[in-house]
Design a protein around this ligand. Structure first.
Ligand SMILES: Cc1cc2nc3c(=O)[nH]c(=O)nc-3n(C[C@H](O)[C@H](O)[C@H](O)COP(=O)(O)OP(=O)(O)OC[C@H]3O[C@@H](n4cnc5c(N)ncnc54)[C@H](O)[C@@H]3O)c2cc1C
Length: 406
């Protein structure tokens, strides 16, 4: 009896190991993590941890005793460098035999490919070590340039601004958070950050970073402009780690392909979390998607565990996500895919509203800003298949929950 090897001890890897035990699986489990710390939560790295409100010891997902009590052998600070059928090799030269494999290797940050991108003072934010470096640098540095108007860049920009730093966000497309939210929400965030003193440049790319004595000093822009910069945070997305899967012979076109059971094309090999490419949750002919969220990592890993253990799969979940920027809490439920109608409830000017996405008259998703009740109503409606027609949602004189069609 050799057991299960889970490669990657992040949110998905931990959940896979724990859910295997909860499924009644008694085979040995090895959970391998390349990072030295106990597995931890990443969301606070661009929020409370970066701002100094949360300590490192509050980030851990579980205590060391938790894993030991469940017979999960947690190995930290050791990376799997090669995989073969039934055998793995680590960067310390250790060999590990397995008969079932979970790939929960996550993603790595995408890097700027311009001259000067490797200068000192240029930061990325994916793991705790990155957050520590950024937190230290933020304490003394000004001005700050954030490249990329996505969630992580905007959350970090809010923290830097709250610390009194001059901050400019440079976004190559015509709107913030463009991949995730409705245009009205993008426009709202551009205004909200500007009101808090963050300069937002849209439709603007970066052509080069300039430095003095190896340290970044300025950022050159596609419009010919130049921004002074003592600290640059690059937040332009992530790339799934697919090299181990590719080495096993799996074709990985932008993620490790899995089915609804989190199964790869190889027997006894599952994958979960940021590294996967999965069927679109709404089906309907949409292309497979990568979903980067805690909810997805946890749910997909739970599904993967039931697949390995041969027990019933849990019911599908509605994807959901959150982002904290300054005092603005954004909550998203559902995956918007090509909405043809957006219904706005509440008042963007009062920084409290929700944008409901519709396609062919069917509710798809909600982006709720400081509106937790609307978020919950839509999340529940999507989960239960309850209808919430656009014509009803437009009745802004009535609470959303009263407009559900039984
Ligand atoms: C700064 C930040 C803020 C975020 N905020 C939010 C948020 O507000 N809400 C939300 O829903 N999501 C948020 N996310 C996204 C969320 O954290 C991820 O979707 C989630 O962590 C994915 O979990 P994962 O286990 O798939 O991958 P990861 O958390 O990346 O874990 C993968 C682990 O595998 C390890 N690994 C990789 N290769 C190997 C190997 N060969 N051998 C051993 N170990 C290996 C890595 O070192 C890593 O520790 C945020 C992410 C970041 C970085």
């Amino acid at each position: 009896m050799t057991g299960t090897l889970v490669v990657g001890a992040g949110q998905a890897g931990v959940q896979l190991a724990v859910s295997l035990r909860e499924s009644g699986d008694t085979m040995p489990i090895t959970l391998m993590g390349a990072e030295p710390q106990l597995p931890y939560q990443r969301p606070p790295l661009s929020k409370g941890y970066l701002s100094g409100d949360t300590d490192a010891d509050r980030l851990a997902l579980r205590t060391a005793a938790f894993y030991a009590d469940r017979g999960i052998e947690l190995v930290t600070g050791e990376r799997i460098t090669a995989l073969d059928t039934g055998r793995a090799v680590t960067d310390r030269g250790r060999e590990i035999a397995f008969d079932r494999l979970g790939l929960t290797v996550g993603a790595r940050v995408r890097r700027l490919r311009v001259p000067g991108a490797a200068l000192d003072g240029v930061h990325h934010l994916r793991d705790l070590a990155d957050a520590d470096r950024l937190r230290t640098a933020l304490a003394g540095t000004r001005p700050v340039v954030v490249v990329g108007g996505g969630f992580i860049g905007l959350e970090a920009a809010s923290v830097a601004r709250a610390h009194g730093r001059p901050v400019t966000v440079v976004e190559a497309t015509d709107r913030l958070l463009g991949r995730a939210v409705a245009p009205v929400v993008s426009a709202f965030y551009a205004g909200a950050h500007a009101r808090r003193g963050v300069r937002v440049l849209l439709d603007t790319g970066v052509t080069a970073l300039d430095g003095t004595a190896g340290r970044v000093r300025s950022v050159h822009l596609t419009d010919g402009g130049e921004l002074p910069a003592a600290l640059v945070l690059v937040g332009i997305g992530v790339e799934p780690r697919t090299e181990l899967a590719t080495g096993l012979g799996l074709a990985c076109p932008g993620g490790i392909p899995v089915d609804l059971d989190a199964r790869t094309a190889l027997p006894s090999v599952v994958a979960a979390g940021d590294c996967t490419l999965q069927p679109h949750p709404t089906g309907g002919g949409h292309a497979p998607v990568r979903v980067e969220s805690v909810q997805n990592a946890v749910h997909q890993a739970t599904v993967a565990a039931t697949t390995l253990a041969g027990v019933a799969r849990p019911t599908p979940e509605v994807p959901w996500f959150w982002s904290d920027q300054a005092d603005l809490k954004l909550q998203i439920a559902g995956l918007a895919a090509g909405a043809d109608e957006i219904v706005v409830r509440g008042d963007p000017a009062a920084e409290r509203f929700a944008a409901l996405h519709y396609r062919d008259g069917r509710l798809q998703a909600v982006d709720a800003v400081n509106s937790p009740a609307d978020f919950l109503v839509v999340r529940r409606a999507l989960a239960t298949g309850t209808e919430l027609p656009a014509s009803a949602a437009r009745r802004t004189d009535r609470p959303l929950k009263e407009l559900l069609v039984a």
